[in-house]
Design a protein around this ligand. Structure first.
Ligand code: UDP
Length: 349
C-alpha cells in the first residue's frame, strides 16, 4: 500500500488535474497547491486543495507545515509564449521566483524530491529533428528561458543540497482523460486541437462554415503540406511518465538532476490535425490561412528514447485520431453530450 503524499503544485490546471487523477488511481495520497489564477477548483476533484501562491513564502510554508509531503510535482507555470514576450515580468516572477520559493520551502521542510514540468521550448529552433536531450538548449522566448533557468538551478541544488529532481521536457500536450473525468480548459484558448474542436462544435450546433474563426498560422513552411509539424503527446501518457519519475525518485537516494524528453516521436502537420478532427467529429471544419506566427519553428519532433530506456516509458495513445477522440469526447460532454455519448449515456463511460 502506497502511503506517500504527493504535493501537486498547479493541480487545478490542465496537466496537473490529470496528474491528480493518475496519482489517485495509482494509490497515492494527493494534496494540491494552486493559486487558481489559470486553473479551476472543480478540476481538482476530491483531493484537498490548498489555495496559495508560489510567490508567497508564507503560503508555501503553511502548506508544507500542514501536510507530510514525500515528493512534489510542479506544474504551476504560466505557459503562453506570446504573453511571455509582452509580460516577461509575470513569467520571471511566477516561473522563476515562484519555483525558487518552492525549492526553499521544500528544503526547509526536508522534502528533497521533485518532478518538474519542463518543455521542448527550452531547445528553441532545432538544429535537427527528432530532438534528443543532448540537443543544445537555446530558448527563443522568455517562457522557454524561465524553464531552462529552473533546469539549471536544479543541477546546482542537486550538487549543493542533495535535492533530487527529474525534469520532463514535454512536447505538445494533447487529449483528455479517456474516462472524461478531466479535460483541457484554457482561458484564453490558444492551442490548436481545442480550437479546431471548438470549431467542430460550432458546426455541430448548426454554425455556418463561412463564419469559421479557425486560423492556420503559416502554410508556406518547408514541410510536406506547408503547415507546421508538431509532436502531440497524450496527457495520460505524460502523467504515466510522471508516475515512473516519482517511483524512480522514491526508490533512489542519489539521482541528482535528471532530464527526459516526453514525446510521441511522430510529427503531425496542422493540416493533418484539422483533417483528423474532421474525421473524428464528422464535421466539415473550415479554416482561414494566415501568415506565420512569430517564433514558430517549422518542425518540432522529439526523441524519447532516454525515457524509454531509463524510465521504461513510452507513449501508448500515440495515434492522432485516438488523441483527438479523447479531447472531442470531453468537449462534447461539456457541451451537453448531444452526439458523442447520446442523450442517455450519462457518465457511464
Ligand atoms: N496553430 C494554428 N492555429 C491556431 C493555433 C495553433 O495554426 O489557432 C499552429 C501553431 O502555429 C503551431 C501548432 O498549431 O504550429 C501548434 O500550436 P499550439 O499553440 O497548439 O502549440 P505550440 O506548438 O505553439 O506549443
Amino acid at each position: 500500500m502506497i502511503t506517500d503524499t504527493v504535493l501537486v503544485v498547479g493541480g487545478a490546471g490542465y496537466i496537473g488535474s490529470h496528474m491528480v487523477l493518475a496519482l489517485r488511481d495509482a494509490g497515492y495520497s494527493v494534496v494540491v497547491f494552486d493559486n487558481l489564477s489559470r486553473g479551476f477548483p472543480d478540476a481538482v476533484g476530491p483531493a484537498p486543495l490548498v489555495v496559495g501562491d508560489l510567490r508567497s513564502p508564507v503560503d508555501l510554508d503553511a502548506c508544507f507545515a500542514a501536510h507530510r509531503v514525500a515528493l512534489v510535482m510542479h506544474f504551476a507555470a504560466l505557459a503562453y509564449v506570446g504573453e511571455s514576450v509582452t509580460e516577461p515580468e509575470l513569467y520571471y516572477q511566477n516561473n522563476v521566483v515562484g519555483t525558487i520559493n518552492l525549492l526553499t520551502a521544500m528544503r526547509k521542510h526536508g522534502v528533497m524530491r521533485l518532478v518538474f514540468s519542463s518543455t521542448c521550448a527550452t531547445y528553441g529552433e532545432p538544429d535537427q529533428v527528432p530532438i534528443d536531450e543532448m540537443h543544445p538548449q537555446r530558448p527563443i522566448n522568455p517562457y522557454g528561458r524561465t524553464k531552462l533557468m529552473i533546469e539549471q538551478a536544479l543541477v546546482d541544488y542537486a550538487t549543493a543540497y542533495g535535492l533530487q529532481s527529474v525534469s520532463l521536457r514535454y512536447f505538445n500536450a494533447a487529449g483528455c482523460d479517456p474516462q472524461c473525468r478531466a479535460g483541457e480548459r484554457h482561458d484564453p484558448e490558444t492551442h490548436l486541437i481545442p480550437l479546431v474542436l471548438a470549431e467542430a462544435l460550432r458546426m455541430q450546433e448548426g454554425g455556418d462554415p463561412r463564419d469559421s474563426r479557425l486560423q492556420v498560422f503559416g502554410t508556406d513552411f518547408p514541410t510536406k503540406d506547408g503547415s507546421c509539424i508538431r509532436d502531440y503527446i497524450h496527457v495520460r501518457d505524460l502523467c504515466a511518465a510522471h508516475l515512473r519519475a516519482a517511483e524512480r525518485l522514491l526508490a533512489n537516494e542519489a539521482l541528482g538532476a535528471e532530464f527526459y524528453n516526453l514525446a510521441n516521436g511522430a510529427g503531425f502537420s496542422v493540416l493533418e490535425v484539422i483533417a483528423a478532427c474532421r474525421e473524428v467529429t464528422g464535421q466539415a471544419v473550415e479554416y482561414q490561412a494566415l501568415p506565420r506566427r512569430a517564433g514558430d519553428p517549422a518542425v518540432l519532433v522529439g526523441n524519447a528514447r532516454r525515457a524509454a530506456a531509463v524510465l521504461g516509458w513510452r507513449a501508448e495513445i500515440a495515434e492522432l485520431p485516438e488523441i483527438i477522440r479523447t479531447a472531442w469526447e470531453w468537449v462534447d460532454l461539456r457541451s451537453g453530450g448531444s452526439s458523442v455519448f447520446g442523450p442517455d449515456a450519462g457518465d457511464g463511460k
